[in-house]
Design a protein around this ligand. Sequence first.
Ligand code: 5GP
Ligand code: ZN
Length: 135
Amino acid sequence: MDSCIFCKIANGEIPSNTIYEDDKFRVILDNGPATKGHALVLPKEHYANLFEMPQDLLADAAVVAKKVASNIKDKLSCDGLNLVQNNGETAGQTVMHFHLHIIPRYENDGQHILWTPTSPSAEELVEVKNTIVGA
Ligand code: 5GP
Ligand code: ZN
């Protein structure tokens, strides 16, 4: 993908603050971080989102995320950590090259990455379940 910024970063054509690299992935610091140490796991091959990612590469991404997250936790002494992965504009995806956010969390960091729970009825939940898996 000639026009994809994350393809260029992942393959080293554009410099980045790389904190991990192997033959399939580059992990960089986000340049608009939610918190100190916010990092992005980028596959070197272009896949737009979760649905396009091959099974094996997705599994590898999770292993890389754990390795890098453990290093971040160790070095930056964060109190918690979110893994976030957005698919589609509605879900907040702004760069259409699959990436996994690693977001270290610190007490009182002022970020609001969690959601507001809603209160569907038991029947509504069953209806959703039946729609997904079949009645
Ligand atoms: P999304 O909203 O698509 O899940 O996340 C895109 C992320 O990429 C954002 O957090 C944004 O700050 C980051 N980002 C966008 N362009 C660049 C860039 O050129 N370099 C780096 N390091 N991060 C970027
Ligand atoms: Zn790309």
